[in-house]
Design a protein. Structure first.
Length: 210
């Protein structure tokens, strides 16, 4: 069985940059690693991504949570589980924790309620390690605005929405220190990658070159 590594954090924390760099680093060490993103990664999930990100649409909180869960269920069934069963590593840009904090905490739907829906959707699949990129919400938002792209539907939420999400991420990290490793995202991308590699050292030591 392979390994599932998930990368979490606020928008603007640098998850996408880390995910790409981490896959390259793992491959350089002989690990067969694949990069996927959420929502997305497979055709159906990418179509759902277009819906949940569209700022012109009104999407209710419960509908939003269910759409993300549906995208995740399809990704796990179609791509993640087959790769893990083929003894590959999967580096996933967002996973279940994102729904727990964005919909469970940010939307006020409840962590346990959102977790139950998603565990059903994924068949209980859990990450071997989660890398949480911790960044101040204000810094994350300033990084987003610096991209020169129009904000998507979620990125348009007010500051207190992202403050609630940051607090929920910290609570998850405190509750599950063996799974969740916190990395200071204010560092340079190179330093963040180095910290991520260190956080996976016990897992990579067990991986034989493939």
């Amino acid at each position: 069985m392979g390994r599932l590594i998930t990368i979490e954090g606020l928008d603007g924390a640098g998850k996408t940059t880390l995910a790409a760099g981490l896959v390259q680093e793992l491959r350089s060490r002989g690990v067969r690693a694949h990069l996927l993103r959420e929502p997305g990664g497979v055709v159906l999930a990418e179509r759902i991504r277009e819906v949940v990100k569209d700022p012109s649409l009104r999407v209710g909180a419960r509908a939003e949570a269910l759409l993300y869960a549906a995208a995740r269920a399809q990704l796990v069934e179609e791509a993640v589980r087959p790769l893990l069963e083929a003894d590959a590593w999967v580096v996933l840009d967002r996973f279940l924790d994102s729904s727990l904090v964005y919909q469970g905490a940010g939307r006020g739907l409840g962590i346990d309620e959102v977790r139950a829906v998603n565990l059903f959707g994924t068949g209980g699949l859990a990450p071997d390690r989660t890398l949480l990129l911790r960044v101040d919400p204000g810094v994350g938002r300033s990084r987003q605005s610096g991209r020169g792209e129009a904000p998507d539907r979620l990125e348009r939420e007010p500051d207190d929405f992202f403050a609630a999400i940051a607090a929920a991420y910290d609570a998850i990290a405190a509750a599950e220190p063996e799974r969740v490793r916190v990395i200071d995202a204010a560092q340079s991308p190179e330093a963040v990658l180095s910290a991520a590699v260190d956080a996976l050292a016990d897992l990579t030591a067990q991986a034989e070159p493939r």
